[in-house]
Design a protein around this ligand. Structure first.
Ligand code: URA
Length: 433
């Protein structure tokens, strides 16, 4: 087989055969197919797409390009969740202890933040001492004892996706439905959980800008999960506005801990309850109503908060910072941003808010950059809120005072203030089972 022929086939809009896709992924993983040919193929896929059968074979080929995790020792209640990425998305910090408190077993690998989107590993590492690199034995022991462990991507899981995703990142080829679906699902399937919930983000801070695009991605991924015998569902959720009020690592840990202590943002709580209840109905077979009632009770009773503390301790973290949130990393400089006119916030560009938090030190421009766990933004107003001149719109937190002016400008330009009250935002557009 010749890679140039495969590129020509896809360029002409024709489907690749199963044999061709498996040959291409094996050759690329082994280094026999060079980056420039794979980049041309990724671009052809961006333009021409792939049908359902091609996407399924691509996913399977990447899934089997390296090791897979066997979680069968934990029985049928293994669960996993994945968000397609967003701003202020701290749902794992809340959903994980809730689901673990209610019998689920969450053995999860997560990523670090890059660009405007945050990563769960960075958030967890803002708890002093929290180790996100554990040996295989430690990882499984923590899952056994607490019901949840989260570590960074390790080992030889989906090496084909690792290489291809890095290539797509620098060749303008991330934005393709079959490439995104196969990339996410190959990793989720390799990680071994029996039940998977996907949070497909839609809006200005997400890959998918419209509900129709998000729904197609969700349907494709759910079909891939089911095709591999996993209970899979996807929620389509709003990322036109950052989730909750905090953006930035320690600030998000604070918001998550507060929510589990019974305080906090209602949108964040609604989404976390929906994600947790969906996972629990998949793994226990509970009805939606029963799952939601149990989740709400688990939060109200403080059981989920206690699991969060035990989880942090089991991974080496100092749980006293969760009980006394003033002990979390704090920025030396905190500046308010004021409204310069009165009206209603009619739109917020979530991506720009995420980028402003990177300027303050909370995120990375490129892989490997250091981050400041204390940095970030706390939004005092969000889309739909009324503002008067002089009201605080947001608080900027940083240890780099030079960054405050630029970040402040960016937050202001991310907000649109109009004269009419906007229609209420939809938080959850739907669920794909
Ligand atoms: N996240 C992934 O893991 N892969 C993609 O292609 C996009 C988002």
């Amino acid at each position: 087989m010749r890679m140039t022929d495969l590129i020509e086939t896809k360029k002409a809009g024709q489907a690749l055969t199963e044999g061709e896709i498996r040959w291409m992924i094996r050759g690329y993983t082994d280094g026999d197919i060079p980056d420039y040919q794979m980049a041309a193929m990724a671009m052809a896929i961006c333009w021409r797409g792939m049908d359902g059968d091609e996407t399924a074979v691509l996913t399977d080929a990447m899934l089997h390009s390296g090791d897979t995790v066997d979680l069968s020792a934990f029985g049928p209640l293994t669960v996993d969740k994945h968000s397609t990425g967003g701003v202020g998305d701290k749902t794992t910090l809340i959903v994980a202890p809730v689901v673990a408190s209610l019998g689920g077993r969450l053995a999860k690998m997560s990523g670090r933040g890059l660009g405007h989107t945050g990563g769960t590993i960075d958030k967890l590492e803002s708890i002093p001492g929290f180790r996100t690199e554990l040996s295989a034995e430690e990882f499984l022991r923590v899952v056994e004892e607490v019901g949840v462990a989260v570590i960074g991507q390790t080992g030889n899981l989906c090496p084909a996706d690792k290489k291809l995703y890095a290539l797509r990142d620098v060749t303008g080829t991330v934005g393709s439905l079959p490439l995104i679906a196969s990339s996410i699902m190959s990793k989720k399937l390799a990680a071994g959980a029996k039940s998977i919930v996907l949070d497909v983000k839609i809006g200005s801070g997400a890959f998918m800008k419209t509900e129709a695009e998000g729904r197609r991605l969700a349907e494709t991924m759910v079909a891939l999960g089911r095709g591999h015998g996993r209970n899979t569902a996807a929620l389509l959720t709003n990322m036109d506005v950052p989730l909750g009020h905090a953006v930035g690592n320690a600030l998000e840990v604070r918001e998550a801990a507060e929510l589990l202590q019974g305080k906090g943002d209602s949108d964040l709580k609604t989404l976390c309850v929906a994600l947790s209840a969906t996972l629990l109905s998949l793994c226990h077979g509970w009805s939606r109503e029963e799952a939601e009632a149990r989740v709400l009770d688990c939060i109200a009773s403080g059981a989920a908060f206690e699991t969060l503390c035990r989880w942090a301790e089991a991974q080496g973290g100092d749980s006293s910072v969760l009980r006394d949130l003033s002990l979390l990393p704090q920025a030396a400089h905190v500046r308010p941003i004021y409204a310069d006119r009165s009206g209603w916030i009619t739109h917020m560009d979530a991506k720009q808010i995420g980028e402003a938090s990177v300027v303050l030190g909370a995120g990375r421009v490129k892989k490997g950059d250091p981050i400041d766990h204390a940095a970030g933004i706390v939004l005092a107003k969000k889309t739909g809120d009324a503002v008067s001149t002089g009201d605080v719109l947001a608080w900027l937190h940083t240890n780099q005072p030079d960054a405050l002016d630029a970040a402040g400008q960016q937050v202001l330009s991310a907000l649109t203030v109009g004269e009419e009250q906007p229609a209420p935002q939809t938080l959850i557009y739907g669920i794909v089972r």
